[in-house]
Structure formats: C-alpha cells, structure tokens
Design a protein around this ligand. Structure first.
Ligand code: AMP
Ligand code: MG
Length: 404
C-alpha cells in the first residue's frame, strides 16, 4: 500500500498532456461567430494569449449625452450643438469652447472634448442645451486602454477557459484558440450483481449507479465519455470489454479490483499486457484503487463501492484527466470553513469526510462508509482528516469543494 501523495505523483509522472487542437470560428455561421470559441469552454489554453488591442480601443462615451469641454460646463451653462457623433464611425469631429456635440454610448470622443454630460442632465431646445450639473474632466469617458493594455497577458497556458474568457478572446478579434487535447474516456462497470436502472431487479441484485457517477465526474472535468458498458465478473466478457476500453485515452473500471475471488480486473488487465503501477492506496474510502497502463491508455480501477469510486476519482482520476487536457491547476477548489463537530481519525489512512458546506460552516452528512450513497448525495464538500488528526468543533478547516 502506498500513500496517496505517492500514488498521485506516480500517476501524473506517467501521463503527458495530449496534443493540442485548434478551435476555429466557423465562417459558415457568421451570425454566431463566437460559437466555436465557446467549444473551448472549460478546456485549457495550450499557449499564452496577449491582448492585440487595448480595451477600449479608443476613447469613447459611456453614455448617451453630449460631449463637452468640462471647464466650460458648469451648472447653468448654455452650449451650442454643432454636430452628432454616433457609434460605429469616427467622424473625426473637433470641439471648440461654447460648443457641444451630441454623442451616443460607445461613440468615439471628439477631439478637444474631455467629458460627457448625460442627456438626463441637460435641457435641449433646438441647437442649444442648458446643462443642469457641474461636469468634471473625464466624466463618462471610457479612456483607451483603461480596462486592458495592448500586449497584456489575457490567458495563460494551462489556464481554464471560462465563459468570460471566451468573450474576452472574441473582443480581441481572435478567430481561433488553441486548447489542450481532447481526452476520450471509456467506463466499464463490473459486477454480476448489477442491473440497469429501469430493468426489473431480483433479490440480491443492485441497480448500477457508478457508471453515471463516473461519467458525470469525467464530463465535469471536460473529458469526452465515449463508451459506457456493464460487464459481468467473468474473464471472457471482461477481456472483451477491456479490449474495447483500452482503445481510449482513459479507461475507468468500476469494481472488481479488491481481493475477492470475483475481483478479476487486475489479472485480466495483466493478461492483456497491462503494466500495473499502483494497487492499493492509503486512502479512506478507496483503498483497493488501481492504476496501470496498456499501450497509450491510462487505466484506473476504482473500487465498486460508490463513495470509494467517487473519492478515488476526485483524488486520482480527475488530476490525471486535467493534466492530459493541459491544465496547470489540478487541485479541487478549496475553501475554509468553520467545523461544527469534533472529528478524529484513529485509523491508518487519511479519511475523506463527506459533508455539507453552508454559510461558511461544515458538517459531516450521512454515514461515513464507502457504500453510503445517500450521505454523499447530501454533500458538496470533502474534509481530509489525516491519520492521527483530531479536529475540534469551531476550528477553521480547509475543504475541497466538489459541487459549488
Ligand atoms: P467490488 O469493488 O466489485 O467488490 O464492489 C464493492 C461493492 O460495491 C459491492 O457491494 C458492489 O455491489 C458495489 N458496486 C460495485 N459496482 C457497483 C456499481 N457499478 N454501482 C453501484 N454499486 C456497485
Ligand atoms: Mg464486484
């Protein structure tokens, strides 16, 4: 049995980011030209990106109103409207004292103007306005580059592309973005006792739920789940299922990795030439976890108990998938919280306690056993309690957030 730190390090050192790919704007769909950059959502940038343009790209008005020279725009001032400057075209207008130019949101500032008075603060009659407020220089003017300077880094290699990042890329005119490789995943749920939800169940059988859990977790990482199958605990069926599974970048097998006579996953993998790098990790729940490789496929064997499958996915499979996708940060989001109960770990493995984070407070929920799916369903965060650690109610602890 190895420690979880060793296991994680061993897995990660065995895996490389997959080749990067480009997502281009689809020229056949100009109206939704941002759409394909959206395909990069939750993927990871495969290179650094820098601003090509300052934001804003030119001084412009933040309001519908009148461009003015602030120093001649005190409350009560009367100004002559000499021109109009709409958005979308720069009329290269120039403003002299005593004059004003009608201007609209996003329109370029006329030369000589240093402020905008919003239309709600003027009374207009013919080509005259009377201003009802004092105006300071710079008021309602969005200065060139005030949001973003040209050349500034907007996205770092390995950083997750979030929704607002796609908008930023589009605002910079990027028609394509290079992202980390697509990780395609197969899932095999093993067990003679498994029945598909919706089918009739007999005494002694259980409904299969791990494939759903693992599929959802893999998709949340941004992986593409291409195949999900069930397999009984017989060597021939398993051999065939594994042969199909190892065609993918990642194969996640649920069940059959423990020490019983029906736990034939490891030996069947070996018969297919797998190199097993890890079997059994000091983690609770999830001790029988297995990691190996067959050709280019990374194979993860997760224990069949649902909470074990869940925890080992988050601690070992998730970082592996993220690394393959080109991510830099492989950790789950963390947050501090006030612990509401005493917790002690007298065992010989670090314990991932499932609980609920609410209003900055953390309470364990449900039975803390590896089969206890109901408790997991009520949980949104994990607290790792190290071997021998004793935590007191009221302490601030660091949580791993898995459901925000
Ligand atoms: P195993 O790791 O195959 O020994 O299974 C451990 C426990 O997890 C047993 O109680 C199984 O019935 C249960 N189990 C195994 N696979 C699944 C699955 N796909 N969905 C739900 N429970 C499972
Ligand atoms: Mg089994």
């Amino acid at each position: 049995m190895i420690s979880e730190e060793e296991a994680r390090a061993k897995i990660l050192e065995n895996l490389r980011p997959l080749p990067a790919r480009r997502v281009r704007i689809d020229s056949r769909a100009p109206i939704v030209s941002g759409l394909s950059i959206l395909q990069a959502l939750d993927c990871f940038a495969a290179q650094d990106y820098f601003a090509r343009l300052p934001l804003p790209n030119f001084d412009n008005s933040a309001m519908d109103g009148y461009a003015v020279i602030a120093s001649d725009c005190r409350s009560g001032a009367r100004l002559r409207v000499v021109a109009e400057q709409p958005a979308g075209v720069d009329r290269q207008l120039c403003l002299s004292p005593g004059e004003t130019i009608r201007i609209f949101t996003g329109a370029p500032m006329p030369l000589g103007a240093d402020a905008v008075v919003m239309q709600e603060d003027v009374a207009r009659g013919g080509d005259q306005i009377v201003v009802s407020v004092d105006v300071d220089p710079g008021e309602f003017v969005r200065k060139r580059g005030c949001d973003l300077a040209e050349g500034q880094k907007i996205l770092a290699k390995g950083e997750r592309i979030r929704l607002a990042t796609t908008a930023l890329l589009a605002s910079q005119g990027f028609a394509e973005v290079t992202i980390g490789g697509e990780v395609d995943v197969a899932i095999i749920s093993t067990g003679d006792e498994l029945v598909k939800p919706g089918d009739k169940i007999k005494q002694g059988q259980i409904y299969e739920s791990n494939s759903l859990l693992l599929q959802g977790l893999a998709q949340r990482c941004g992986a593409s789940v291409r195949s999900v199958e069930y397999c009984p605990d017989d060597r021939d069926s398993l051999t065939e299922a594994l042969k199909r599974g190892i065609q993918h970048d990642v194969l996640i097998i649920s069940g059959g990795v423990s020490v019983g006579e029906h736990d034939i996953v490891q030996s069947t993998l070996r018969s297919l030439g797998a190199k097993i790098d890890i079997w059994r990790v000091a983690i609770k729940p999830g001790k029988p976890f297995l990691f190996g490789r067959v050709d280019k496929c990374a194979v993860f064997g997760s224990p069949g108990n649902p909470v074990s499958a869940f925890i080992t996915f988050l601690q070992f499979v998730r970082p592996a998938i993220l690394k393959m996708m080109g991510a830099i940060n492989l950790d789950l989001p963390a947050a501090p919280a006030r612990l509401l109960v005493d917790l002690t770990n007298d065992g010989d493995r670090p314990h991932y306690v499932r609980g609920k984070l609410e209003d900055g407070k953390f309470t364990p929920v449900g039975r803390q056993e590896s089969h206890a799916l109901f408790g997991l369903s009520q949980s949104n965060a994990l607290l790792r309690v190290a071997v021998g650690e004793s935590l007191k109610a009221g302490e601030i602890v660091d949580l791993q957030i898995w459901d925000s």
